[in-house]
Design a protein around this ligand. Structure first.
Ligand code: AMP
Ligand code: GLY
Length: 427
């Protein structure tokens, strides 16, 4: 009998996790709670339970003979879902509540890095407007203002001038734009260089890195418009040299996982390092305690080994096997609702894509729901179209052949995913 896995979450990331689990020989059935109806076409079983209803999820896992749970998003991790599941005797892949603070609190992450000499932007935290403003004035622009706590990637303002920085601080302390997430703020040195995402499977001080990828955080082409949860990604990132990645493993991933063991909150799960390739080497802009979205949708398709068996091995104390297709390029484009990220207009029919000409292509669904008229949009990021090709230009051509030919009225997407990879490091 094969494994039964319960994935928690509802986005394109969880769709990719579930789909990849099902591709391996060891997994028979994947449940996703709460999932979304777009996943059903891939043989994934949707369970209508909230990701916050720990008691109901535990009851479901126990009565359905789940072998282990895999937690996708940050919110349940920070709520302590892993601690609750494990107390109930359910094996769970993800960090404990304490370890998840590496994502949940920017101050926690920064202090950990400082204690262990992990390269990151210089910073100070503040809990009141006057001191924060005085620091910004002293440091000058460019400078980065971050609401502490979780603001889903949207609590960060990169300020190229001082006025923008003062405004960002006022939004946090006076307008309380980020609710309780804004009761304290981290002000950071601006790091110059290209961003890349380095994710690793982790168990304590052991880790198994994945191929790197690059997200596109701004809403519109040429990195214009507001920051979003991510508009597309590709992998590998050829302009980031292999030595830079090795340096990141040696000076960031290795010491931070060891530090978490040494300080008494060992990390199990996926550790995401959001890095900037500066002229002084890689530096951390953030850690996440989970798979990145949309990075997962372009990294997992490169896995050529059995994901479900590897996660089981990690949870059972064995040695997992991960092998990757390091040669071909994967690239994914997010289709977002018009108005995203400020005011997404939802309820629009979800486009159909013609994948018949491209056997490598796949659609991963996120903010969608079922109605009598079929699938409609139900959130900002609605789906991601991903494919595999030979190099960035070929893969862009393949993916945009699919997206450009669909009726995407009511939606928008970026037309330049992967463009930085074509231009090189000095972009
Ligand atoms: P975060 O939510 O911390 O990932 O920040 C969102 C985005 O802001 C990042 O993806 C970067 O593009 C940018 N950013 C964050 N911190 C810095 C920094 N110290 N220097 C330059 N850009 C940054
Ligand atoms: N793509 C960035 C994130 O998942 O936070």
């Amino acid at each position: 009998m094969g494994l039964k896995v319960l994935v928690i979450g509802s986005g394109a990331r969880e769709h990719a996790i579930a789909h990849t689990l099902l591709k391996g020989d060891s997994v028979d059935q994947v449940f996703v709670a709460p999932g979304n109806p777009g996943m059903a076409s891939d043989g994934i079983t949707i369970v209508q339970l909230s990701q916050h209803n720990q008691a109901a999820l535990i009851e479901f896992a126990q009565s359905n003979g789940i072998d282990y749970a895999f937690i996708g998003p940050e919110a349940p991790l920070i709520d302590g879902i892993v601690d609750a599941f494990e107390q109930a005797g359910i094996k769970t892949f993800g960090p404990s509540k304490q370890a998840a603070q590496i994502e949940g609190s920017k101050t926690f992450a920064k202090e950990l890095m400082l204690r262990h000499g992990i390269p990151t932007a210089r910073y100070q935290s503040f809990t009141n407007l006057e001191d924060a403003k005085a620091y910004v004035t002293e440091e000058g622009a460019p400078i980065v203002v971050k609401a502490d706590g979780l603001a889903a990637g949207k609590g960060v303002t990169v300020c190229m001038d001082l006025d923008t920085a003062y405004k960002a601080l006022e939004e946090i302390f006076v307008d309380h734009r980020f609710g309780s997430a804004g009761s304290s703020v981290v002000i950071e040195e601006f790091l110059e260089g290209q961003e890349f995402s380095l994710m690793s499977f982790v168990r304590g001080n052991e880790f198994w890195p994945m191929p790197i990828s690059q997200d596109h955080k701004r809403a519109y082409d040429d990195d214009k418009g507001p920051n979003t949860g991510g508009m597309g990604a590709y992998s590998p990132v050829p302009q980031i040299p292999a030595e830079m990645v090795q340096q990141a493993l040696d000076t960031i991933v290795k010491p931070v996982t060891q530090a978490m063991v040494d300080e008494g909150y060992p990390f199990t799960g996926v550790l995401y390092a959001g890095l900037i390739a500066t002229k002084d080497g890689p530096k951390v802009i953030e850690f996440n305690a989970r798979f990145g979205d949309p990075e997962t949708e372009v990294v997992l398709p490169k896995l050529t080994s059995d994901l479900g068996a590897a996660i089981k091995a990690i949870l059972d104390g064995g040695q997992p096997t991960f092998t990757w297709d390091e040669h071909r390029t994967t690239l994914g484009v997010i289709l977002a609702s018009n108005g995203y990220p400020l005011k997404p207009q939802t309820g629009v029919a979800v486009p159909e894509f013609d994948l018949s000409a491209d056997p490598d292509a796949h659609v991963y669904y996120a903010g969608v729901k079922n109605t009598d008229d079929g699938l409609v949009s139900d959130g900002g990021r609605v789906l991601l179209v991903e494919t595999t090709g030979d190099g960035i230009a070929d893969t862009q051509r393949k993916v945009y052949a699919i997206v450009d030919n669909a009726d995407t009225t009511g939606y928008f997407y970026r037309h330049d995913i992967g463009a930085k990879g074509l231009r090189g490091l000095n972009d």
